[in-house]
Each structure stands twice: as C-alpha cells, then as structure tokens.
Design a protein around this ligand. Structure first.
Ligand code: ADP
Ligand code: MG
Length: 890
C-alpha cells in the first residue's frame, strides 16, 4: 500500500497524518475514499466501490459528489466514526490537499436532531496527570466542561467526586467525552461513563489539558475577568481549555459562537443523581423510550430551543425561592390568559433555532435561507413583546422583563438589514446568485439589470424568429454542451435564413446558432459569473455581520425559548387542572389530592394526600403488591420536582418546602426484573444516599433491602430507617413489604405509617389506591397465592406461619426428620434477632438440640450484632459473612 503514488499515495499519506477512522479527500468535484476506507463506507453506506489502479496495483475506491458529502458525513459520525475531510486548493503548480476538518460526534454541525449535542471533558483534579508544581489549587474533585457546537453553549461544573461527575455526565448526556490525562487511565471511571452515557470516548492529545495552557485558552476565549468571576477549580478550567482546543483542532470553526461560559454551582440546584433521574423517568422511561417520560408528557413547546430549555429545567430543578416564584408568576399569568398564550405560541411557531443559526453563520455554512430564517425569527421578538404588552396580566408579569432582556434595538437593526437584502426565495447554493434583493448594491443592481435585459431578449427570441422568418416549431434553449441554440422542427428546418449556422441534427429537429446569439451567450455567461461572484462576496459580508452578532442572536434565542417553555408549562397546567404550589423554606410538605403527572394521563387516577412536617418526616408505606405504593411515592417526588422547576403541580392544593436534593432508590429485585441491577448496586446506592442526603433532602426508598434473604433485608431496611431518621433526618418515604417495619412508628418519634388501602370482599381483592394512615393490616399476598391456585395445604400452612410471625412466636419448620433447622425470629421490641430458645411461646426445644455448634456460634454472633450502631454497609457484610459460615457448615 505504501507503494502507492499519485492520488492514492496522497490519500494514504494524508490518512496517516490524522487520527480519524475515515478520510474523505476532495478530487475535483468529488470526495473520494480509497483502500480500507472505501470498503468501510461502502459497507456502512451502500456506496459503490470501483477499482483505481496505481502503478500496477489496484485499490478500492468510492466517491460522493462534493455537495452530497454532508448526509454521508452525518451518517458515518452517527455510527461512531471520526471522519477527516481533506479539501483541495489551487497552488502555483497545480493543486494540493489538506485536512481541514475532523468531524466527530461532538463536533458534528450538520445535526438534524433538536436535542442538545454536548461534547464533554472530564478531568480528575486529585491526580490530574501533570505534576502541579506548587499548585495546591488542584482539588480532589473532578472538573467538567460541556460545549454544544451547534448552539455555542458552554458550561463548566466542579464535581466533588466521581459520583457527582457521573451525575453531571448523565444529565447532559454528551455524545462525546474527552477524559483528561488521569481519567483516561481510570478504568473504573471509564467503565461507568460507558455504562451511564452513550458517548464516544476520545483520547485527545494530553497537552491541551495542561492546567496553565488550558487556563490560558479559556481566558483568551471568554476574557480574563469572566473566568475569574466563575471561580471554578483548576481541573474545571483544564476541562474547558481542552474542549476549546479540541473544537479548534478539529476545524469545527465555531469558536466565535461560543460567546459565554456559564458555571453550574451545586448550591442553587437540587441534587438529582443519575439513578433518581432514571427512576423518575424524567427524559426517558425505564425501558429507554422518550415517549411516556415526564418531559414528553409536559412538553408543549413550539420550538426546538424551547424544548431543549424545558428539558434542562426538568433536569436541573432550582432551590432559589425568588427564581421559582418568578417562573410561577409568569406561568400563572399565561395559564389564565388563554387567548394571549395562543397568540404567543402562534408567533413562536414561526421561529427557527437562532443559536444553531448563529453557529452556522460563525462556521460559514449558513446559506441565504438560513439568514432569511434569522431575520424572520428576529421578527418574532417584537411580536411576543406586543402580545405581552397588550394583555394586562402578562404585562404585569416577569414576561415583560424577559422580552426586554435582549438588545431589542440591535435585534431590530439586524433584522432590518436582513429583510432589505436577502431575496424572498433564495436558492440553497450561495455561489450562483439569486441571493440578494435589488437596491443593496449599485454595481450588483447594474449587473442584474443587464442580466435581466439579456434574458428578456433571449426569452423573446423564438417568437421574433418565427415572425420574421415565417418559421414554425421554433424554441430557444441552452444546455451544457451546445450552449444557447435555436431549435427548429425538421419540417421547417430547410426554410431557415442563411445566417443560421447548423450545430446539431437530431431525430426530429435541427439546432442552429447565429453570431448575435453567440454574442448574447458570451454576455450571459459573463454576467452570470459576475453576478455570482458579486453576490457571494456581498453575502459573505452579510454572513460575517450575522456571525458577529452571535451573542445577540443567542440572547434573543434564549428569550424565545424561555417564553416557549413557560407557555408550555402554562398550557399543561391549564389543560390538566394543575395548581400553583405554595413554596416555602420550611419542612412542611402538604399535598391535597395529588396525582402522578404521567400516570394520570392514561389512567382514571385516584388522587392521594401527603402530609409531612418536622414532627412527621418519615413515612413507612405498606400495602399489597400492585396496590400503588411505588406510584404514590414517585408522585410525591415528581410533585416536589415540578414545584422546584417553578411549574404548577398535579394536585388540588400543595404546599412544598424546598428541598436540596431528591434521592430515589428502587430495591434490586424490582430493578432486576428490568435486567439492570444487582444487590451490590442497590447497597452502594443506599450507602451513597446515607452519605449525601441532608435534612433538607427528599428520600424515596422503594423496597430497598428486598434483593436479599429476608433477615438480611429486614436488618438493612431497619438500620437504614434508623440512620435516616436519627442522623440524616431527611424527609423520607419508604415502601416496604416487610410488615415488621411498621413497628418502627412506635419506636421512632417522627416515623408514621401509611398504607395503600385494598378491599377484600367475596374472595376478590379490589385495590382502592387510596392512601390512609396506619399500617396495612392484611396479608393480601397469601390471598393472592390462594386465588392463583397455589395448593391448599401450602396456603393454610402459610397462614399458620404468618399467624405465628404476628404473635412473634418462633416457627418450627415442618418436616419429617428431627434434623430440620429451626428459624429465628426478628424481635420488634429491640430490633434484634433472637434464637428460638429465647422466643417465648414457641416450641423451641423440638429443634434447638439439633443445632450444630457452628450454627449456635453464628446465632450468638448474630445476637450480639448491634443493629443500632453498626453502619449499614458493615452490617451487610457482617450478615453476609454469617451466612457464609452457615453455608460452609452444611
Ligand atoms: P406497588 O408498588 O404497590 O406494587 P404500583 O405503584 O406499581 O404498585 O402500582 C400498580 C398499578 O396500579 C400501576 O399500574 C399503577 O399505574 C396503578 N396505580 C397506582 N396508583 C394508582 C392510583 N392512585 N390511581 C390509579 N391507578 C394507580
Ligand atoms: Mg412497587
């Protein structure tokens, strides 16, 4: 292969210089792929492969026309390939080629997806891979940066630890991640990134992560002062710098549209870790579908930018009462002013994605239609302002301030320029004229006038010739090979005048030209070229002018998106009878007749109340399987979350004390059903909550502890409850099928029992879906087993066992031989296990003498294990060890 010379050789040497998977090299009017690359694109994209011979060898070759490259690029990049594009340019001695762009998932500009497309960098601050001479500033957290090249959005965030970092990554769902020098060697971290985020991992040149160099790059881009004001960690700046360098080096050419850097500090945002986002099905369901997610349910936005913003709001609920109340005021005004809201949404229907258009302008890929779209979208702003102004409720709301945020005069001026210059219906090519209106440039006007004159002359030529020479069947047309010609039907062809010069004979006609026609043709060609050049030049100036207004366009885009997102929330509130929650900084959470925002769409939903306060902040939720426990708890979490988005909520009335974080965990058994989780994951997630939740957090535990044997499970659930209640003091809802846990309410002051009621009549269980105070008092499980046809002796025996469990009696395992083991019981009184010898009222003797000494010792150890003081995780491993000892035994 290395033998190849000429075009093929050039291809291979260019390919060698890039780290791309595929190279597309311009050869005249085509982009060509050679060798393996040709095979690859033909496999992936059904391109035809031919053979190109070069010095006796032959190479596979595939090509696409220049103007068709974009869809192929997009398709390759979406399949995960990095594609280098080499362009051809003229030199004194012919032409040369050079790689001008490497297109990767995170730098693809040609996306048609409305979602944000983030490129991320993650830097491990503890060991950032550089010896940070004397720079103690490198914290032990992680630094993160996110950039969307399609909109110019740029965000940075400090993350405290790997978990935090993964949460942010999950939230932004980047399509490409650049791990820093240390992070790329951290297999555990990379595996987690792979698991949680569907992104390409790119090992970018490590130098660009070097703290000093990166910080310099960031300052150059956003200004020294801005960067200082951000006050983020060194590792975060390193991440930001690396992204900027990457965007520059891949030749994406949108640095100019990255006008602003925003820092996300944790304190104003509700902590919402990845598991919680997934459990609450914020943007996709557990099955991974966007349909049926919370976002999908409440999204009535008109524009893609509005949709992106609303999604961002959902994923980043806020803690600032002021921010939330401001959003509430706008939504309240919008939801009652239905007509004005319709008008706003109508106007928004004409808006294009301004941030994306600004990026395209900066990149130089915007065509005249794009600039026309910029102008039309800028016109939406005054339309919104007008509607808001003339509806008193809206005028008095924060919406007035929102529409006045962008520089409206500058926006109007830019819009004026565009409206006066771009033609009404311009073509999508920018080199062939037809882009601009008359009156913009004198020279252009002259060229256009003359061009139209000549075209008029050509248009009238056929008729004139017919009349003058009495010819029938005459047409005037042009094509590539013949240029302009006069075509005369066979029958009339003999009668043409002498000055007609025949150029071609066809089956039914002949083609002629004349000196005059040839002269006009030369003029047309000259004019066309002049017009194309001149228009392109003027258009480029215009496009640069638009690009230089990137920040203004982003401001206007943001305003339109904000009005869109607020109107969407208002629409949903009005159509679904949602109410404005009372927000406060206290502990009270009172929801009257709350509903689940998604389930209520498809089900006749039975509303439920919630009452929590400083004296009652831990609810143990019991009830039979399928009664609605999980739904009830998720409903509470969704209502709190929506309240902290500033949205109205599905309830008759709600009072919500602001929380600093929402944590949800679903027991491994329930998750296992969906092939997701293991008991180990369940426990590490539980441990994470116990470490990070605070007294201002909302914790939802759904059957946690279920993923293991009963006594382990109860122990863990019991200990976790105590810890959450005593130490963390978070607002907690804990659904459990361990009936034993309902006893906690008597022991711990702030724990209360609630249950989802069911009705049993005539052997039928009816789920009432109503949540009532107190523990559930029936075991519907056995009843269901009965209904399902489990043999009678088994059902009877389980009733018997249950009875004894209720009376806290030891159960003697039934069976033939006396060597059968006897189970211990869990003592509700002191939260300890007791061996059968201590269990009163049982028949312990029958079995106890059959216990072997090791089992006895295990039981003793179990007895001395203090559930109250042992940390949950340690408790798990201790119980596991005890189990192993029992297993070793038999
Ligand atoms: P559990 O967690 O107790 O097993 P789920 O919460 O999973 O029960 O609910 C079981 C079914 O009942 C789900 O299909 C859910 O949609 C429905 N459901 C739950 N709560 C209600 C309610 N309040 N009104 C109507 N249907 C409900
Ligand atoms: Mg459940």
């Amino acid at each position: 292969m290395t033998e190849a010379t000429g075009i093929v050789g050039e291809f291979f040497s260019l390919k060698e210089e890039t780290d791309a998977d595929v190279l597309a090299m311009q050869c005249g009017d085509f982009y060509e792929f050679f060798g393996d690359d040709a095979e690859l694109v033909s496999d992936e994209l059904d391109l035809k492969v031919s053979q190109k011979s070069s010095h006796g060898s032959s190479y596979p070759m595939a090509g696409v026309p220049l103007k068709d490259l974009t869809p192929y690029l997009k398709a390759l990049v979406e399949r995960g390939y990095r594609v280098a594009v080499a362009d051809q340019y003229e030199t004194e001695s012919g032409h040369a080629r050079e790689v001008v762009r490497v297109v990767t998932p995170g730098t693809l500009l040609e996306t048609s997806d409305a979602d944000a497309q983030y490129l991320a960098a993650i830097v491990d601050g503890g060991t950032n891979g550089f010896d940070s001479r004397g720079s103690s500033a490198a914290g032990d957290g992680y630094g993160l940066a996110f950039a969307d090249v399609t909109t110019g959005r740029f965000l940075v965030a400090d993350a405290e630890d790997a978990d935090d970092a993964l949460t942010e990554l999950y939230r932004f769902a980047p399509v490409e991640v650049l791990p820093g020098p240390a992070a790329r060697g951290d297999d555990e971290l990379l595996n987690q990134v792979r698991e949680r985020v569907d992104a390409a991992l790119t090992l970018h040149e490590t130098e660009s992560f070097a703290p000093k160099r990166a910080a310099h790059t960031v300052r150059e881009q956003f200004g020294r002062e801005t960067v200082e004001r951000l006050s983020v960690d060194e590792s975060t700046l390193a991440a930001a710098g690396a992204i900027l360098a990457y965007v520059e080096e891949t030749g994406t050419g949108v640095l100019a549209s990255m006008t602003r850097i925003q820092a996300h500090h944790g304190d104003d945002h509700v902590t919402l870790d990845a598991t919680t986002q997934r459990n609450l099905e914020l943007t996709e369901t557990m099955q991974g579908d966007a349909d049926g997610s919370l976002f999908d349910t409440i999204d009535h936005t008109e524009t893609s930018a509005g949709g992106r913003l609303l999604k961002e709001w959902l994923q980043r609920p806020r803690r600032s009462l002021e921010t939330l109340e401001r959003r509430q005021k706008s939504i309240a005004a919008l939801s009652s002013a239905a007509l004005a809201r319709d008008e706003l949404q109508d106007a928004l229907g004409d808006a294009y994605d301004l941030a994306r258009l600004a990026s395209k302008a900066s990149h130089g890929s915007a065509d005249a239609r794009d600039l026309l779209a910029v102008g039309e979208t800028l016109a939406v702003l005054p339309a919104l302002a007008g509607t808001i102004d003339s509806a008193p409720d809206l005028a008095d709301s924060p919406l007035t301030e929102i529409v006045n945020r962008p520089d409206r005069e500058a926006a109007a001026a830019l819009r004026g320029t565009l409206e006066e210059t771009i033609a009404d219906d311009p073509p999508s090519t920018v080199t062939q004229g037809g882009l601009l209106q008359r009156g913009y440039d004198d020279e252009l006007d002259e060229v256009i006038d003359r061009h139209e004159e000549v075209e008029g002359w050509l248009d009238g030529l056929a008729d004139r010739e017919k009349r003058q020479y009495g010819l029938s069947h005459v047409t005037v047309d042009r094509n590539k090979t013949d240029g302009y010609y006069i075509q005369v039907g066979k029958s009339a062809a003999d009668g043409v005048p002498d000055h007609y010069e025949e150029i071609k004979t066809l089956k039914n006609s002949k083609r002629f030209t004349t000196d005059e026609l040839e002269e006009k043709e030369r003029e047309v060609l000259r004019l066309e070229e002049r017009r194309g050049d001149l228009e392109y030049e003027l258009f480029e100036e215009l496009r640069e002018d638009v690009a230089s207004h990137a920040e203004l366009l982003q401001d206007v885009g943001r305003t339109l998106a904000t009005v869109d997102a607020l109107s969407s929330l208002a629409t949903h509130a009005a159509e679904n009878r949602w109410v404005k929650p009372d927000l406060h900084r206290g502990d009270r959470l009172e929801i009257e007749q709350g509903r689940h925002p998604v389930v209520e769409q498809t089900t006749e939903f039975v509303p439920n109340d919630v009452g929590m306060n400083e004296n009652r902040n831990f609810l143990v939720v019991t009830g039979p399987n399928m009664s609605g426990k999980s739904t009830y708890m998720r409903q509470v979490a969704c209502i709190v979350l929506l309240a902290q988005v500033g949205s109205f909520v599905p309830a008759k009335e709600a009072e919500v004390g602001l929380v600093d974080g929402i944590f949800t965990r679903v027991g491994a058994l329930d998750e296992l059903a969906q092939g997701r989780s293991t008991f180990m994951v369940e426990m590490s997630e539980l441990s994470n909550i116990l470490h990070t939740a605070t007294e201002e957090s909302l914790v939802i535990l759904d059957e946690v502890g279920r993923g293991t044997a009963t006594y382990d499970g109860i122990s863990i659930a019991w200990a976790a409850t105590e810890y959450l209640h005593n130490e963390v003091q978070a607002k907690t809802l804990f659904a459990t099928h361990y009936h034993e846990l309902t006893g906690l309410a008597e022991k711990l002051p702030r724990v209360a029992n609630v249950h989802v009621a069911a009705d049993e009549r005539d052997g039928d269980v009816t789920f009432l879906r109503t949540v009532r105070d107190g523990p559930t008092d029936r075991s519907y499980g056995i009843h269901v087993a009965d209904l399902a046809g489990v043999p009678d002796p088994v059902v009877e025996r389980s009733r018997d066992v249950l009875e004894r469990l209720r009376e806290e009696k030891a159960i003697e395992a039934k069976g033939g031989g006396s060597s059968e083991p006897v189970q211990t019981v869990f003592d509700l009184g002191d939260g300890q296990f007791r061996g059968p010898a201590n269990a009163d009222g049982g028949e312990p003797d029958a079995g106890s003498e059959t216990l072997d000494p090791e089992t006895e010792r295990v039981l003793e150890d179990l007895e001395t294990l203090d559930v109250n003081t042992t940390p949950p995780i340690e408790l798990v491993s201790k119980v596991q060890r005890l189990q192993e000892r029992l297993e070793d035994d038999d």
